[in-house]
Design a binder for this molecule. Sequence first.
Ligand code: FES
Length: 216
Amino acid sequence: MSRASFSNSSSSDGNADPEADVSAEQTRRELLLGALAATACLGCSAPVRAGEDPPGSDERPQKGDLLVFSEGDSEGKLIKAADLKLGGPPVHAWPQDPKTLVVRSGSRLNEILMIRLDPASLDEQTRARAVDGILAYSAICAHAGCPVTAWVKSDVGDTEVFKCMCHNSEYDPRAGAQVVFGPAPRRLAALPLALADGALSVAGGFIGRVGGAQPG
Ligand code: FES
């Protein structure tokens, strides 16, 4: 019997059509595969995929943010006032969202220098912003945006200063991080701090522009 005649006779006697059965089976299989794919794709809509920065990590420091070490053995740990030695060296820090605990390390422009200095050594404006002699500044050089990494004796004075080793710009943290040497066109941005029971937090956004004035 030919396939055509088998098909014709089946349809005429009212029995199930094998081709229809195959088609229905395929449809069921397709639906099942679709459902499985949809289930598997639930992970696709998760807020953070592996390897991606979590939301908020590239936002600038905000009021209430905590501060954590950005390098060294204590990287990621909370910075307390007691962690800052009088007279330096500075501690490198990231702000951290206190609710989500997301560290705002998604932008290099968020790195901060924190230092504790003798309040008597600060100029009036800087002293007014300091908490127990502790100050915070952007760690990004205002010249061409290199990280400011050194705490060394100034080329033009007897005190230690922040120094960017790219083109030797120096900043005095006692005077609002104004430029005392080198090509940087402006001071480092300052970050207001708050201190409560030994715990440090950010009291407001950066004061001044963050980042380099020209490409490196
Ligand atoms: S980038 Fe810092 S001195 Fe040039």
